[in-house]
Design a protein around this ligand. Structure first.
Ligand code: SF4
Length: 252
């Protein structure tokens, strides 16, 4: 894929589910992922990390040589400066973590796991698969496929939602520059809010399918849905322009 076909920055506001992404061939991150997928399909398992490590060592050597040539001491950062940088980073992280949006999102994976790991989902799937194997129900095939996709979606976004929510609240602490320089549809924090909202919406749809299929488990599912809806509302309130953000590739 020629470089001109790559969409700059597309990977900054996506859900990182490259396998399912229609822009995989037009994204700098996706293209590497695609190579790995193709190699795996051919039965080759390239040692990806070995390649990266080699490149890292080469890069460090090159940087050291260049710095020496130019008389720059790369380690010359006074301890007080490091302490200041670390302190500011820790404070910002704590502030981001303590925001009600981060706290609520942080509860979500545990609630999900409580449901996904108990007999409700696993037991149901086993019995559906059994029916399928026995070919007692022709419709079971479509149903199990839909349910499997719904559970895949829930699992994919289960940790993505809290991670993005925390990043969002940290980005929100530094909005002055972006607010002054860019319109709402170009502010990075709105992009993060938008992809978080998309992940929440897709998770709500998937939980909705489980609710529809297994109404006898409505209490557990409803509590997770209530959490997601509350989170959705809080993000919309805190970032009213989130949906106006134009994600490169996806929204153009
Ligand atoms: S834009 Fe698509 S291909 Fe690129 S990192 Fe995101 S999900 Fe993966």
């Amino acid at each position: 894929m020629p470089d001109k076909d790559i969409i700059p920055g597309i990977h900054n506001w996506c859900d990182r589910w490259c396998e399912k992404c229609s822009f995989i061939a037009r994204c700098a991150v996706g293209v590497q992922e695609l190579d790995l997928i193709e190699e795996e399909q051919k039965g080759n398992k390239p040692d990806f990390w070995e390649g990266i490590n080699e490149q890292f060592t080469k890069s460090i050597q090159l940087i050291d040589e260049l710095a020496k040539e130019k008389g720059i001491d790369l380690d010359d950062i006074p301890d007080e400066e490091w302490d200041k940088i670390n302190k500011e980073r820790e404070e910002k992280e704590l502030e981001g973590e303590n925001h009600p949006i981060s706290k609520l999102a942080g509860k979500y994976p545990q609630d999900c796991q409580n449901i996904l790991n108990d007999n409700f989902v696993k037991g149901k799937f086993d019995s559906e698969i059994q029916k399928l194997e026995l070919e007692l129900e022709k419709e079971a095939k479509t149903k199990i496929k839909e349910l499997k996709e719904a559970v895949d979606i829930i699992r994919w976004y289960m940790f993505f939602i809290p991670a993005k929510s925390k990043r969002l609240m940290m980005e929100n602490l530094d909005t002055e520059f972006e607010d002054a320089e860019f319109p709402p549809e170009e502010r990075s924090y709105n992009g993060t809010a938008k992809i978080t909202l998309i992940a929440i919406e897709r998770s709500i749809s998937s939980w909705g399918l489980l609710l529809q299929t297994y109404p006898e488990h409505q209490d557990e599912v409803l509590s997770v849905l209530a959490l997601l809806q509350k989170l959705q509302k809080m993000i919309h309130t805190e970032f009213p322009d989130a949906l106006s953000f134009i994600r490169p590739g996806f929204d153009e």
